[in-house]
Design a protein around this ligand. Structure first.
Ligand code: PGA
Length: 247
């Protein structure tokens, strides 16, 4: 069985002192986990967190990457720059980027491609809004979002991670039930299977108010291979409990 992955998404939270305290507490508690662990931190803190994580089971992650390789793109951060700082994972297409920064399926697909070309594992996020779920469009939406990434990246998709994050569950305390999450994960699994012979190695994460109390049940579903955790990744005891639940 493949290793599960627990990735923390700090979003736009943190500061030098808070980061140090959080990572020290995680280091002290994480030991040799059964799963892979990543911390997706704001870009300015990559260097700091890289040092804090050195020699531990904690891997470095970023939250976004530019669609461009290099050049006159003020404010952007390239995949090569992330690689320079030892980044192993990069979230692409988070719903907050899609919603607030106009990222389209095509943009997300290119971002995944840039990460892959730099040897970074993209964590490709897909998920429906509440209105889309209520209209019965969940399957169409998540499949369309993933299809764009599959089309552009071809056989390389065996190197991606996919995170199913229902938008209505993000930061709301409203988690998808294990059965709701499993249903969508099974659809995504089938779509990946049809696209790649090596799809078995692709981890499918669930994200959206995953916490210390609900992690075990979600992670016990057959097609849930880990979690992308926002709020609960900022509290060391909670994040450590989730890591311990991923075996
Ligand atoms: P949440 O965020 O755990 O705070 O709901 C998850 C995410 O946005 O990745």
């Amino acid at each position: 069985m493949k290793k599960k992955l627990i990735a923390g998404n700090w979003k736009m939270n943190g500061g030098l002192a808070a980061n140090e305290a959080l990572v020290q507490a995680l280091r002290a508690g994480v030991g040799a986990p059964a799963c892979a662990v990543a911390l997706c931190v704001p870009a300015p803190y990559l260097a700091q967190v890289r040092e804090l994580c050195a020699g531990s089971a904690l891997n470095l992650g970023a939250q976004d990457v530019s669609v461009h390789e290099q050049g006159a793109y003020t404010g952007e951060v390239s995949a090569a720059m992330l690689r320079d700082f030892g980044v192993r994972y990069c979230i692409v297409g988070h719903s907050e980027r899609r919603q607030y920064h106009g990222e389209t399926d095509a943009t997300v697909a290119v971002k995944a491609q840039r990460a892959l070309a730099a040897g970074i594992t993209p964590i490709v996020c897909v998920g429906e809004t509440l209105a889309e779920r209520e209209a019965g469009h969940t399957e169409d939406v998540v499949k369309r979002q993933l299809a764009a990434v599959i089309h552009l990246n071809g056989h390389c998709i065996s190197e991606i991670v996919v995170a199913y994050e229902p938008v209505w569950a993000i930061g709301t305390g409203k988690t998808a039930t294990p059965a709701q999450a499993q249903t969508v994960h099974a659809l995504l699994r089938a779509q990946l299977h049809a696209a790649s012979e090596k799809s078995d190695r692709i981890a499918l994460l669930y994200g959206g108010s995953m916490n210390a109390a609900n992690a075990s049940e979600l992670l016990a579903q057959p097609d849930i291979d880990g979690g992308l955790i926002g709020g609960a990744s900022l509290k060391a005891p909670d994040f450590l409990s989730i890591i311990a639940a991923a075996r």
